[in-house]
Design a protein around this ligand. Structure first.
Ligand SMILES: O[C@H]1[C@H](O)[C@@H](O)[C@H](O)[C@@H](O)[C@H]1O
Length: 526
């Protein structure tokens, strides 16, 4: 039975003052959204295939995703080696210093993510990718040359700023360039790059460790190498365009038409014009809002508030489910439960994450975001409870004790892989897609900034609280995983209540769905 929406006629002139300022779509009594069966073509932009150029753009922009993944994951291996180099006769590196070094990146990302959207409104999407690259290069070099904990923390903050800026701008850039029928999967290419970056970081963490390199050189190379892809991306980006939406907002119509013609593949001139007119309807040429006005619009207009709530809910859930405790500490967890090569075992987590993200890439524009989320989040709850069961049968060892053989150890890996796969299939990727497509142009920069900041705040909280929570909580890791499972149960209910399907809709149409209500309530026909 196909799933779809009934038609949602626009309400002529019935909006309040503020609402009216955002009422930019022409009113229409046409069905807004057809049944979302695969053959429901809605316009010239709804082709089955997209041209090679858009893939090239996506991959080039995705290099930032690679760095996001690499820079957040490479620290776990680097931490094993940097203490002697950063210690001084007065101050030996402590565990507290190590957590500060790890979490300062999330703090930097929080600040970078918050401001990147506003910056993108003023200097363009492409310009902000250069900013991210400059931060990646400067941060990598700074870290590699650090000689004290303080300078290292500064380097981590600089790289974190780059991670935050990149995490917001790349999905936004790809979304604004993509035809609706392929938008989800093209944004997921960036998430695939993130997971690939994490895998490479783990792999290089093994390859560059002593005896291959001296202890001092090993961590400097691990952290410094992140600068190279950023330099490469900055060069490639010279040849990449600005997005049609930003160009139209700055009254550069003919340039926008050229970009649409190239990005969408084989459209006639008339079809390009149709696409441009559609986008234009959703793009306010008024770029003079002050920050206070943007805030007011974001919170006082119902549709914007709903876009913000849903984006922050998904971004918060992506982190509060505890996934990154595995990303940052899986080697520690595996060594605690007696694995002989914990870093190699941790690669199972990173590998499964990437493989399942590839499946999400294939499914998102066919199955839809809502359906995938409602499979992913309950799946995670089950996976977490199974992991908790395994943990309760595994005695926690102090790190570096001789390994023990316990039949529950391989079972734990299996359960963890199930949890990670469920995560990567939906909530690991979809929040980045959603935050880039839900906000109307006028508040897009600010809205995506707040959603990205939500992601990084909770990323920081999970990273900083994991080890103390395992120590202090009733049941240790088993107890903590039950807590994460409860977060997933609450998340499933929340998503079921408020998340509307947006597969195949133009970004301007999504705006209309949210203006009407939560999208799901009363309008969705299953
Ligand atoms: O989308 C990404 C991806 O899922 C990563 O594996 C994870 O570490 C990040 O926190 C998340 O934002």
């Amino acid at each position: 039975m196909p799933t779809g929406y009934r038609s949602i006629p626009a309400e002529d002139g019935t909006y309040e003052e503020d609402e009216e300022r955002l009422t930019i779509l022409p009113s229409s009594t046409e069905p807004l959204i057809r049944d979302d069966g695969d053959n429901g073509k809605k316009g010239p932009e709804d082709g089955d295939e997209v041209g090679p150029w858009i893939w090239l753009l996506t991959v080039s922009a995705g290099i930032s995703g690679l760095l996001f993944g690499y820079d957040t994951a490479s620290i776990s291996a680097a931490l094993l080696h940097l203490a002697p180099s950063l210690s001084t006769p007065e101050h030996a590196v402590t565990t507290w210093d190590k957590s500060l070094i790890t979490s300062s990146t999330s703090l930097g990302a929080l600040i970078g993510g918050l401001f990147a959207g506003l910056l993108a409104d003023y200097m363009g999407r492409k310009g902000v990718i250069y900013v991210a690259d400059a931060l990646f290069v400067a941060g990598a070099a700074w870290q590699a040359l650090s000689n004290s904990v303080t300078t290292m923390v500064l380097g981590r903050i600089i790289v974190g700023l780059g991670v935050g800026v990149g995490s917001l701008i790349v999905p936004l850039y790809i979304s604004e360039l993509s035809p609706p029928s392929h938008r989800g999967r093209l944004v997921i290419v960036n998430v695939l790059f993130i997971t690939f970056g994490q895998l490479i970081a783990y792999g290089l963490g093994i390859i560059l460790s002593p005896p291959a390199l001296s202890q001092d050189a090993s961590w400097r190379y691990m952290l410094g190498l992140g600068g190279l892809p950023a330099g490469l991306q900055a060069i490639i980006m010279i040849f990449m365009p600005e997005t049609p939406r930003w160009l139209l907002q700055h009254s550069r119509r003919s340039e926008a038409a050229k970009v649409v013609a190239k990005a969408y593949g084989n459209l006639t001139a008339r079809e390009v014009d149709q696409v441009i007119t559609g986008i234009e309807a959703g793009v306010s040429a008024d770029t003079s809002d002050t920050l206070a006005e943007k805030f007011k619009l974001l919170f006082s207009v119902g549709g914007n508030r709903r876009a913000l709530t849903i984006s922050c809910l998904l971004q918060g859930l992506q982190q509060a489910c505890g996934f990154n405790s595995l990303m940052y500490f899986s080697a520690t967890i595996f060594s605690m439960v007696g694995f002989k090569s914990p870093t190699a075992t941790a690669m199972v987590v990173a590998g499964t994450n990437m493989a399942a993200t590839a499946i999400a890439f294939n499914l998102i524009d066919r199955l839809g975001r809502r359906r995938i989320l409602l499979l992913s989040i309950p799946g995670m709850a089950i996976g977490l409870l199974l992991c908790s069961l395994a943990f309760s049968h595994l005695p926690m060892l102090t790190p570096n004790t001789t390994s023990v053989t316990n039949p529950w150890s391989p079972v734990l890996i299996l359960f963890m892989a199930f949890y990670v796969a469920s995560y990567a299939l939906g909530i690991g990727a979809i929040p980045w897609v959603v935050q880039s497509e839900f906000f109307p142009m006028r508040v897009r920069g600010l809205g995506t900034g707040v959603a990205t900041a939500t992601n990084w705040i909770l990323n920081f909280v999970v990273g900083a609280s994991f080890l103390p929570a395992v120590e202090l909580m009733y049941g240790g890791a088993a107890g903590l995983f039950v807590f994460y499972a409860l977060v997933c149960v609450a998340g499933t209910v929340a998503v079921w209540l408020v998340y509307p399907e947006t597969k195949g809709l133009r970004m301007e149409e999504i705006e209309e769905v949210l203006r009407e209500g939560w999208g799901n309530v009363g309008k969705r026909v299953d």
